[in-house]
Design a protein around this ligand. Structure first.
Ligand SMILES: [Zn+2]
Ligand SMILES: [Zn+2]
Length: 357
C-alpha cells in the first residue's frame, strides 16, 4: 500500500454541538463493513441546507455535517465491486431505492431510503464531509462518481449542488428559446443561469447587488436587472417580450421576488420555489393566478439520482465550468468561519469550500 493511503486510528472532525456551536475534535476513523467504502475527504462544499441546520439547530447534536464531498477511496470492503483504493470520487449522501411508490413517481426526495443519510464521519449520519474520513454505506455506493484525471476534487464536490439545479430546471418544462427569470444570483442562482443558457433558454437575471448582476451576465444571462429598481418590472417585461416570462426560478427566499415573479409570468408558466426551505413561511398570493391564469407553483428539493451521469458530463467536460464559482477556501480548522461567511455572503463571496486534506 502506498504511503498516501495509510489510514490512521483517529482523525480531525468538526462536530456540531448545538446552534452555532462547531468544535474541532479528534474522532475515531470510522470502521467500514464488507459492503462499504472509506473515503479520505479532500474538499467539502458549504451548502445552505447545512447552514440552516447549524444556525437554527433543527436536528439534535452531536453530528458531523458536510455533504458536498469529494476525496480518495482508501478502503474498499471485501464485498464491494467496481471501486479500488486510490480512486478519486465525488459522493452523493442521498440515494433513492428506485423501487418504492415515491420513486415510481420520480419523487425521489420523498423516498424513505433517499431520506436516510448514508455517509458519516461518526455519530448520527449527517454527511460527515467536515472530517478527514467518511464511511460510505452500501445504499449510497450507486451515488459514488469517479472524478476524471483532468478534473479536480472541487469539481467533484460540485456534482451534488449542480444536480439539484438541473433537477429544478427539469420541473420547468421548457422549450428551446424560452425566457426564464432567475431571481437571486448567488452560487445557486448563477448555476441556474448558466445551465439554463447551456440548455438554450434566454435568462433574465435579477439580484439586489450590482456585482452579482455583472457576474450573471458573465454566466450567460441575456439581461440583468436590479430587482429593487423602480422600473424593474418594466425592464423585465421589455426583455421578456409581450407575453411575459415562460418560467421563473426563485433562488432566494424572498416574498418580494415571489410576487414580482408571479406577476411577470405568462399564463400557463411555471414558478419554481427553490430556496423556501424553512417550514412555516407563509405568503398570500392571488389563487386565481394559479387557477385561471394557470401559473403553476412548483417546488424542487435535493438531487435526482437519474441525472447523475448527465451532471457528471456537464461538470467534468466543463460545459458548465464550476471552478470560477468557488471564491473562498477554508482549512478544516476554520470550518466555523466558512459556515459564517456562507450564512452572510459578501459582495465578493460565492461558493465556499472547506479544504480538508
Ligand atoms: Zn448541498
Ligand atoms: Zn424509493
Amino acid at each position: 500500500m502506498s504511503e498516501s493511503l495509510a489510514v490512521p486510528k483517529t482523525m480531525r472532525a468538526v462536530v456540531y454541538h448545538g446552534p452555532g456551536d462547531l468544535r474541532m475534535e479528534q474522532l475515531p476513523v470510522p470502521g467500514i463493513r464488507s459492503d462499504e467504502i472509506l473515503v479520505r475527504v479532500a474538499t467539502c462544499g458549504v451548502c445552505p441546507t447545512d447552514i440552516k441546520k447549524i444556525m437554527h439547530g433543527t436536528v439534535p447534536p452531536p453530528r458531523v455535517f458536510g455533504h458536498e464531498t469529494a476525496g480518495t477511496i482508501v478502503r474498499v470492503g471485501a464485498r464491494v465491486r467496481g471501486f479500488s483504493e486510490g480512486d478519486r470520487v465525488g459522493l452523493h449522501h442521498h440515494v433513492p431505492c428506485l423501487d418504492c411508490h415515491f420513486c415510481r413517481h420520480r419523487a425521489f426526495a420523498q423516498c424513505a431510503t433517499y431520506r436516510r443519510t448514508g455517509i458519516t464521519a461518526g455519530y448520527e449520519p449527517a454527511g460527515g464531509g467536515y472530517a478527514e474520513f467518511v464511511r460510505v454505506m452500501s445504499f449510497c455506493l450507486p451515488g459514488v462518481v469517479r472524478i476524471p484525471r483532468a478534473n479536480g476534487f472541487e469539481e467533484g464536490a460540485m456534482l451534488e449542488p449542480v444536480n439539484t439545479v438541473l433537477k429544478g430546471i427539469r420541473r420547468l418544462d421548457l422549450l428551446p428559446g424560452d425566457t426564464v427569470l432567475v431571481a437571486g444570483q448567488g452560487p445557486i442562482g448563477l448555476l441556474f443561469t448558466r445551465l439554463l443558457k447551456v440548455g438554450g433558454a434566454r435568462v433574465v437575471a435579477t439580484d439586489l447587488l450590482d456585482s452579482r448582476l455583472r457576474l450573471a451576465k458573465k454566466w450567460g444571462a441575456r439581461h440583468a436587472v436590479r430587482a429593487d429598481a423602480i422600473d424593474a418590472v418594466d425592464a423585465i417585461r421589455k426583455a421578456a417580450g409581450r407575453n411575459g416570462v415562460d418560467a421563473a426560478v426563485l433562488a432566494v427566499p424572498s416574498a418580494a421576488a415571489l410576487h414580482q415573479a408571479q406577476s411577470l409570468l405568462r399564463g400557463g408558466g411555471r414558478l419554481l420555489l427553490f430556496a423556501h426551505t424553512r417550514r412555516g413561511d407563509a405568503e398570500p398570493i392571488d389563487l386565481a393566478s394559479v387557477c385561471v391564469d394557470e401559473k403553476d407553483l412548483v417546488g424542487s428539493y435535493s438531487s435526482d439520482f437519474t441525472l447523475q451521469t448527465e451532471v457528471a458530463r456537464l461538470v467534468f467536460r466543463r460545459q458548465l465550468d464550476v471552478r470560477p464559482l468557488i471564491t473562498h477556501r477554508f482549512p478544516l480548522s476554520e470550518t466555523a468561519a466558512a459556515v459564517a461567511l456562507a450564512a452572510k455572503p459578501t459582495a465578493d463571496s460565492l461558493k465556499i469550500v472547506v479544504k480538508v486534506t
